[in-house]
Design a protein around this ligand. Structure first.
Ligand code: F6P
Length: 390
């Protein structure tokens, strides 16, 4: 196993130390990994796990670099995590142990001699390596894709606990995922800034935000920022209706419009704007470009207003987590460690009605958390005058 010289400890035993005494001082090994796109709050989860384990006193915590890659690489990249190297990291965005949204143990990308890529299942090898390294349990912090992997590994016998993360808030088992509030705050601040310039120039400002299949960030930012139009994947839009909403605003002599559009939004009967991912093992198409496509489509439908497009992109995923996300992430970390201690494997920490609970991974990955077009939040948005272009 790869070790870091400055972190290794040498323990000398007295020759008369008994086996019983040895087992008393031998700690169990817990592996933590972060998978999928990064998200503000990941470090707060890691710190909470480490602090809980140190308080417990019976566990050593390690981090696998870039999800399971650290275990499957040669040499392995597994680092010890302790109070010293995780102290204060809860305020930092990203993840100190790295992450990846490519491949995974069930679909490890392998390059062929002709340069093309195939994938192979290395899950058995992963389990063998974890056993050989003496790991008792694994905590996997990740979104729906990562938790689907957790469930498959659990079915193969791995002692695994999940922690949900994603800025998209698209896991139905938990009321919120950490990272979401931070992304909403960043998107709302962007709307606030665009409103003043839209007003000054009597323009239509289009803000493209993240949200692959769920429009939660767009919907929250549109309501919080007071946008006029919000386009989300769950409510396909009619371009004529979007144009009519813009025209109505200009006719009211309030000649500026703010549109928040989720990257996964699409016109009725149309497709999302996506490009094929170039990176090997990247499981889905890369979304992005709907903002510009919308502007073009509006122009083709006779919209003459001056329009500008802003794509917020990964700004939504970086930087300092909001207090809410740090607190939620800390609760998830503490809960995940408790689940490990209780041996409640195959479960994921979740927030449900203010309580932090454990849900079976199988249940956690069964349903996607879409915005309900008939739900109260959409109703509320409509009541304050937001058009969904439908
Ligand atoms: O899943 C979160 C998310 O932010 C999506 O909204 C977005 O489509 C995706 O990640 C982009 O991820 P990346 O650029 O890291 O591949």
């Amino acid at each position: 196993m790869e070790t870091f010289p400055f972190l290794t400890e040498t323990v000398y035993f007295h020759p008369q130390t008994t086996l019983f005494q040895l087992t008393l001082i031998m700690k169990k090994k817990l592996l933590v990994c972060t998978g999928g796109g990064d998200c503000p709050g990941l470090n707060a989860v890691i710190r909470a796990i480490v602090n809980s384990a140190e308080a417990d006193g019976n566990w050593e915590v390690y981090g696998s670099i870039e999800a399971y890659n650290g275990v499957l690489m040669d040499p392995m990249e597994i680092v010890p995590l302790n109070g010293q190297n995780t102290g204060g990291i809860h305020v930092r965005g990203g993840t100190i142990i790295g992450t990846t949204n490519r491949g995974g143990p069930f679909g490890w990308p392998v390059q062929q001699p002709d340069g093309s890529w195939t994938s192979e299942d290395r899950s058995d090898e992963l389990l063998r390596r974890l056993k050989a390294e003496g790991f008792e349990a694994v905590i996997s912090i990740g979104g729906d894709g990562s938790q689907a992997i957790s469930q498959k590994l659990f079915e193969k016998g791995l002692h695994i606990v999940g922690v949900p993360k994603t800025i998209d808030n698209d896991l139905s088992a938990t009321d919120y995922t950490f990272g979401f509030q931070t992304a909403v705050q960043i998107a709302t601040e962007a709307v606030d800034k665009l409103v003043t310039t839209a007003e000054s120039h009597s323009r239509v400002m289009i803000l493209e935000v993240m949200g692959r299949d769920a429009g939660w960030i767009a919907l929250h930012a549109a309501i919080a920022g007071g946008a006029e139009i919000c386009l989300i994947p769950e409510i396909p839009y009619d371009i004529e209706k979007v144009k009519a909403a813009i025209d109505a605003r200009y006719q009211q002599r309030r000649g500026f419009v703010n549109i928040v559009v989720a990257e996964g939004a699409k016109p009725k009967g149309g497709e999302v704007v996506a490009t094929e991912a170039q990176e090997a093992g990247y499981g889905h198409a890369r979304l992005g470009g709907i903002g510009f496509a919308l502007k073009e489509s509006l122009q083709q439908h006779g919209c003459t207003a001056s329009m500008r497009v802003t794509v917020l992109g990964h700004l939504q995923r970086g930087g300092i987590p909001e207090a809410f996300d740090r607190i939620l992430a800390t609760q998830f970390g503490v809960k995940a460690f408790e689940l490990v201690k209780e041996g409640k494997y195959g479960h994921m920490a979740a927030l449900r009605h203010k309580e932090i609970i454990a849900v079976p991974l199988e249940e956690a990955i069964a349903h996607y958390n879409y915005v309900d077009p008939e739900g109260y939040l959409v109703h509320c948005a409509r009541q304050v005058g937001i058009s969904f272009g439908d």
